[in-house]
Design a protein around this ligand. Structure first.
Ligand SMILES: Nc1ncnc2c1ncn2[C@@H]1O[C@H](COP(=O)(O)OP(=O)(O)O)[C@@H](O)[C@H]1O
Ligand SMILES: [Mg+2]
Length: 324
């Protein structure tokens, strides 16, 4: 196994706000070739900002510290031209809202052509048609060739998400960053997109980061999971270990509060974690989860516990749950 993406002590602060927003507060992880790494956490925990940073996509308002190395290349050492060339050919990203990623007045054919020409300006319209048809076939869009003249609004949400995946794959990236790609879709379509991602991953040997606020969804695709909270990793473990033997009370809370799917309780969380998430403009000195944690003691409020353990199995907690 070799590491395709390594993130070391990433800190991202939005200095445009007063006080500044500490979106990511020191996150380290690596992604191995062919692996699917899950990132789970509540809204605002820093998942998307970590993904954007990993794809070299952070805007000028973000102060970035730490090191991100993608296939041996440090983003910080690349000029804008080199960054553009890495994006698409090495790393690509898919997002929650497929409809917002498309220009409503541009046909699919033209969108694919433009995407292909970013990296190969000499691509002809005919080549683009052939390539787009193959890509749409790969994501199982029926009648691919005849759909090329369609506009985005002529596709359902699930179909459009397939098209977005095809576009992300257009320049054959090795790393695919999926940021809540199924969150806007209903459960049946969600399952189809997860199956497609799993299939593409196997067929293309992709390395994937899969992000969701929903632990159950992440567990369906990820080999290993990072639990984010307040811009920090609170726990990391292989998926089965994380679900069966969590060490961080927050992980257990997330799992216990999952929505039971397919039952008539489908909209009622079983247990809700009480309280509200931390304010990234005013982070607590201690563990960010302490104010909501059932096991919290004085030390938790004042001192941030370190992320302890071995590579692949780490937790950040002064009073972790016992290993059964
Ligand atoms: N451009 C920005 N300016 C200021 N704050 C931002 C910006 N982008 C994200 N944030 C803040 O950073 C924190 C982490 O955001 P994000 O990574 O999007 O969370 P999530 O885990 O929901 O994906 C949030 O508090 C969010 O409001
Ligand atoms: Mg997000």
């Amino acid at each position: 196994m070799s590491t395709v993406l390594s993130v070391e002590d990433l800190r991202v602060t939005f200095v445009s706000q007063k006080p500044p927003v500490q979106a990511v507060r020191g996150v380290s992880f690596h992604l191995e070739t062919g692996e699917c790494l899950g990132i789970v956490g509540e809204s605002g925990s820093g998942k998307s900002v970590t993904a954007w940073a990993s794809a070299g996509l952070l805007g000028a308002d973000a102060l970035r510290e730490g090191k991100i190395v993608l296939e041996g290349q440090d983003w910080a050492e690349l000029n804008p031209e080199q960054r553009r060339s890495l994006r698409g050919t090495r790393v690509a990203m898919i997002f929650q809202e497929p409809s917002r990623s498309f220009d409503p007045i541009v046909t699919l054919e033209k969108t694919f052509w433009e995407t292909l020409r970013v990296h190969r300006p000499e691509t002809t319209r005919e080549e683009a048609r052939t390539r787009a048809t193959a890509l749409l076939n790969e994501v199982h869009i029926a009648d691919a060739e005849s759909r090329l003249g369609s506009f985005p609004h002529q596709f359902s949400g699930g179909m459009l998400q397939r098209v977005m995946i095809a576009l992300a794959l257009a320049n054959d990236p090795q790393v695919l960053l999926c940021d809540e790609p199924t969150t806007a879709l209903d459960v049946t379509i969600q399952a189809q997109i997860l199956a497609l991602l799993n299939e593409l991953r196997r067929r293309r040997g992709l390395s994937m980061v899969f992000i969701s606020h929903d632990l159950e969804t992440v567990a369906q695709v990820a080999d290993r999971i990072l639990v984010f909270y307040g811009g920090l990793i609170l726990e990391e473990a292989p998926t089965d270990v994380l679900l069966s033997r969590p060490r961080q009370p927050y992980t257990r809370g997330l799992w216990d509060s999952r929505v039971k799917r397919g039952s008539h309780y489908s909209t009622t969380p079983l247990t809700l974690i009480g309280g509200s998430p931390p304010d990234p403009q005013r982070p607590e000195p201690g563990c960010p989860f302490a104010p909501r944690c059932p096991r919290s003691q004085d030390r938790c409020q004042t001192e941030l516990p370190p992320l302890e353990g071995a590579v692949g199995r780490r937790h950040r907690c002064w009073f972790p749950l016992e290993e059964p």
